[in-house]
Design a protein around this ligand. Structure first.
Ligand SMILES: [Zn+2]
Ligand SMILES: [Zn+2]
Ligand SMILES: [Zn+2]
Length: 257
């Protein structure tokens, strides 16, 4: 089945430009150097699914003219991946089943329930809540003809999730990808990987580390995401090997899902 993947955001947790920063990338006139927080959208079989709801979700949804949403998959519960949850409200009011499913690892469901108690606490009576429902991911999720397979990656010291969907996979926020997860990434057409910058970071992958993953699993096309202001779009792309490029906000591609 054909799917369209749209990059909602390609930036790191602080976004690019970063508040108060005077560097050349934060002041670049290239629109691809403007990076909102990291997320993607998949459209297939009249379904719209997003991975993560960032603090920029509202702007991303308006920019991409999202008028319906059928599910959210969460990679983990860091602020840059979840804080847009309240802006799901207008999309959840029209959800056909009444409650928008939010798929997350069981411990991430617990975290979301605590963090956003006002949403999940039945005793909260002030209205204006997103109509959502947490769905713990215990195994691959079949969703309207597509299979979302969780792929465990290590983010600092914490295991979190990436997802494989057909010939595509989206891994964000990883400092290590275990062997058994690499084995789930064979035969890909499209692979998204974290590549924060060149300089090592305790919880994120560098350009060099992610290029090693590319060598290992050999996807047809790779896009780097969760990018900070150390990587100017044009200049960095010129140095990357064929088949590997930086993602940018609004980028769209087709794949088999
Ligand atoms: Zn992040
Ligand atoms: Zn900067
Ligand atoms: Zn994170």
């Amino acid at each position: 089945m054909r799917a369209t993947l749209t990059v909602l955001g390609s930036g790191t947790s602080m976004g690019v430009p970063t508040i108060g920063c005077n560097c050349s990338v934060c002041h670049s006139s290239d629109p691809r150097d403007r990076r909102t927080r990291p997320s993607i959208m998949l459209r297939y079989n009249e379904q719209t699914v997003v991975i993560d709801t960032t603090p920029d979700f509202r702007e991303q949804a308006l920019r991409e003219k999202i008028t319906r949403l059928d599910a959210v998959f969460y990679t983990h519960t860091h602020a840059d991946h979840i804080l847009g949850i309240d802006d799901l409200r207008p999309l959840t009011y029209h959800h056909p089943s009444g409650k928008l499913p939010l798929y997350a690892a069981p411990d991430h469901c617990d975290f979301l329930r605590n963090m956003f108690r006002y949403i999940f606490d039945a005793n909260y009576k002030f209205g204006g809540l997103p109509k959502v429902e947490l769905k713990p991911i215990e195994a691959a999720v079949e969703f309207h003809g597509a299979r979302f397979e969780p792929v465990t990656v290590i983010h600092g010291e914490t295991p979190i999730l990436g997802f494989r969907f057909g010939s595509g996979a989206y891994l964000t926020d990883h400092s290590d990808v275990p062997r058994e997860s690499l084995d789930k990434l064979r035969g890909l057409d499209v692979l998204f990987l974290d590549a924060l910058r060149y300089k090592p970071h305790p919880t994120h992958s560098t350009v060099e580390q992610s290029l090693r993953i590319v060598d290992e699993v050999n996807p047809k096309r790779t896009f780097f995401t969760h990018i900070c202001h150390d990587l100017p779009h044009e200049e960095t792309n010129a140095k990357l090997p064929v088949g590997v490029r930086l993602a940018y906000d609004g980028m769209k591609l087709e794949l088999e899902i």
